[in-house]
Design a protein around this ligand. Structure first.
Ligand code: DNO
Length: 345
C-alpha cells in the first residue's frame, strides 16, 4: 500500500513541502485543475506536474480526476469526440508513469454536501449531508461550487442539463457507462493505466438525477461490463459507508482484485439519508476501518490510498474537507492501522 495525499496544485493553501513531512506519505494525488472538462490532457503538462511533485521527493501515482464530459454520460452523439480526448489523456498519464486514473460517472453533480461546516461536539467542523436540507436547496442560481469539483454550472446550463437527463433512466446511464468503458479500457490497458471508478457520493439519487454506482452489486457490475484488469474501482469507505446496508468488508472481498485506489474516511450516519463526516478511527464513526483494512489485506491490496476529507481543526481555514491538519492525522492513523494488521497468508 502506498499512502498518498490530495493536492490541488499551486493554488492549494496546503503546500507540497508540508505534505512531504507527514509520516507515511510518499505520493501525491492531483490533477490539471485548469483544463476545461472534455479537453485532452497534453503529455507535457502531465510531465511537468509529475516533475514539480518529484522536486519535493514525492511520486505522482494517481490522477484524480480526469472528468467525464456530460455528453458521454448523456449518450449524446458528440460523446465519441470526448471519449477520444479522454483516451488521449490516458495516454499522457501513461507516458508520465501515472498508474491510476480516478474518475466518476455522476450526472452533473460530483460529491455533494448540504453543510460544509457542521459544528461537532469537540469544536471542530465537518462536512455533512441531509436529504431534507438538499430538498431545500435552490438550484435556480446554478450548482454553486464545492471544493474538488471539476465544474460548476450557471443557472441556464444547469437547467438545460437537468432537462437532458430527464430521458436518462438508470438503465440508460448503465448503457452509457458500458459504452464509455468499452472505448477507454483498451486504451488504458495498453497505456499501463488502471481506471478507478469512484462510487457516487452520496450513494443515492439527488435532485431527481440517477446515481448508479452505489453498492456492492453496482461495483461488481462495473467490473463485469468490461472484464479486464484495467477496468477497476476506487474503494471509498466514506461514500459507500453512508448507506447502512453496504457491508464494506464483504464488498472488498467481492471486488477486491479490481480495487486500484482507496479513499479512507469515516462517516457517522444520522438518519436514513443523512450523515456527517467523522474522525478517522474506527470508534468514531460507522465505518469499521479496521475490518475494511483486514479485508483489503486478504485481497492483497497493494495500490495507493489516501485519507479522504478531514474536519477543520485547530482553527484551520481553507478548502472544506481538504485542510492539512486533520487529513495529516488521518494519514498517520491509517498508516499505523495498516502496519499493525498482519498480512494474510
Ligand atoms: C471528493 C472526491 C471526489 C472524487 C471524484 C472522482 O472529495 O472524492 O470529488 O474526486 O468524484 O472523480
Amino acid at each position: 500500500m502506498q499512502m498518498t495525499f490530495r493536492w490541488f496544485g499551486p493554488n492549494d493553501p496546503v503546500r507540497l513541502d508540508q505534505i512531504r513531512q507527514i509520516p507515511g506519505v510518499t505520493g501525491i494525488v492531483s490533477a490539471l485543475h485548469d483544463l476545461p472538462v472534455g479537453a485532452a490532457w497534453p503529455r507535457d503538462a502531465v510531465l511537468s506536474l509529475r516533475d514539480r511533485v518529484a522536486e519535493h521527493g514525492l511520486a505522482l501515482p494517481v490522477i484524480e480526476s480526469v472528468p467525464v464530459h456530460e455528453d458521454i454520460k448523456l449518450g449524446r452523439p458528440t460523446r465519441e469526440r470526448y471519449a477520444e480526448a479522454f483516451g488521449q489523456s490516458i495516454v499522457s498519464l501513461g507516458a508520465a508513469g501515472v498508474g491510476v486514473l480516478c474518475y466518476n460517472f455522476m450526472p452533473i453533480f460530483d460529491w455533494t454536501r448540504t453543510d460544509l461546516a457542521a459544528r461537532q461536539p469537540d469544536g471542530s467542523t465537518a462536512l455533512a449531508y441531509d436529504d431534507a436540507a438538499l430538498a431545500a436547496i435552490d438550484l435556480s442560481r446554478g450548482t454553486g461550487d464545492l471544493p474538488g469539483w471539476a465544474a460548476a454550472y450557471d443557472a441556464e446550463t444547469l437547467g438545460a442539463l437537468r432537462a437532458a437527463y430527464a430521458n436518462v433512466s438508470p438503465a440508460r446511464l448503465w448503457e452509457h457507462l458500458h459504452w464509455f468503458l468499452e472505448y477507454v479500457t483498451p486504451i488504458a490497458t495498453s497505456a499501463g493505466v488502471r481506471l478507478a471508478l469512484h462510487p457516487d457520493d452520496p450513494p443515492w439519487p439527488i435532485f431527481g438525477l440517477p446515481r448508479i454506482v452505489t453498492d456492492g452489486d453496482a461495483l461488481s457490475r462495473v467490473t463485469q461490463l468490461v472484464d479486464a484488469p484495467a477496468n477497476g474501482l476506487t474503494f471509498c469507505t466514506g461514500s459507500l459507508g453512508a448507506r447502512a446496508d453496504n457491508d464494506l468488508p464483504a464488498i472488498v472481498q467481492r471486488v477486491g482484485a479490481r480495487i486500484h485506489f482507496v479513499h479512507a474516511r469515516n462517516v457517522k450516519r444520522t438518519g436514513a439519508r443523512a450523515f456527517h463526516e467523522s474522525r478517522h478511527p474506527t470508534r468514531d464513526g460507522d465505518v469499521d476501518m479496521r475490518a475494511v483494512f483486514a479485508a483489503l489485506k486478504t485481497v492483497h491490496f497493494d495500490g495507493p490510498m489516501r485519507p479522504d476529507h478531514g474536519r477543520m481543526i485547530w482553527g484551520e481555514t481553507g478548502r472544506p474537507g481538504y485542510g492539512l491538519y486533520d487529513r495529516a492525522l488521518g494519514a498517520t492513523y491509517l498508516t499505523g492501522l495498516w502496519e499493525g494488521l498482519t498480512t494474510a497468508s
